[in-house]
Design a binder for this molecule. Sequence first.
Ligand code: SF4
Length: 346
Amino acid sequence: MLTNIFSENPTKVVSDIEALGIPKYKAKQLLKWLYIHFESNPDAMTDLSKKMRDELVQLYSFSLPEIAETRTSVDRSSKYKLKLADGNFVEMVIIPAAKKNTLCISSQVGCARNCSFCATAQMGLIRNLEISEIVGQVVLAGKLVKPNRITNIVFMGMGEPLDNIDNVLSALEILQAEDGISFSPRRTTISTCGIVPAIIKLANSGIRTKLAVSLNSAIETKRTELMPINETYPLEELKKALIYFRKKTSFKVTFEYIMIPEVNMAWEDINALKKYVSDLSCKINLIPWNPVSGIAWTAPRNSHIDMFLTNSQVINQTITLRKSRGSDILGACGQLAATQSQKESL
Ligand code: SF4
């Protein structure tokens, strides 16, 4: 089977092509087609000779996930259902703002972590995404937003990125490479439910990225109910790993806190959060819960959100409210799930 070119580090692509007797500058032209023009069809790479293009298709596959369905929200966010080579589906979302285009990508088909507020959890884990399927989402999105550019990448789509850490790190290496997209680590965020050994591995990897932790409660029993991972890696153990991550990378960790009425929006929740973050330098991102079919909670009303935001000012950290984007197309936080029935219906 041919190697997918989007799974290969640009340095390796250059050396593979030089080994064919093709000069280095020609290999760099190819990389420009892939990562500057986001072109995956060798026939469209007009400044490469026919002979070189023929040799390339003998060496590599250039296939990308296929866009099977697009839904655009009234707020201009677009959700793309992507068909993978084996017939599975994942979703990615592009969220445009004034001068930004944030791309939310998936790292797994489904997820094993079973968080109680999340649509992806209902699928269970089907498989990890390959490196080329992760990089491929960025290439597809780069082409879709042309002549603008993707300015931020967040691993907040389907799956737990740190459960697929080796492929996620290799994908980041390609995206950040000078001959790749040269994407800034400051504009990349991995979101995790809190897998402690993988946070340490990420901190030690030398590959830089920001980290967001889905916290949702700083009360041990409540967090375990919302996020079963908390049983394996409880709050204090998680905190130690985050302090280590901060020391190694200098990036402040962001805590995501999904606000769920009658679950985690009382004063006891604010006081526990205040205590938990008191010895950290972090940011807190409050996110209104978005309805997910099969989960009986209700979304918070605006008055409820305002009150929680006001009350949380007792916490001495930067607190922001994330506007929910794309909820009408089920593209908002916690709503992504390309189910098997969707797989069959296409
Ligand atoms: S919130 Fe993230 S880690 Fe938890 S089940 Fe959903 S995708 Fe998995």
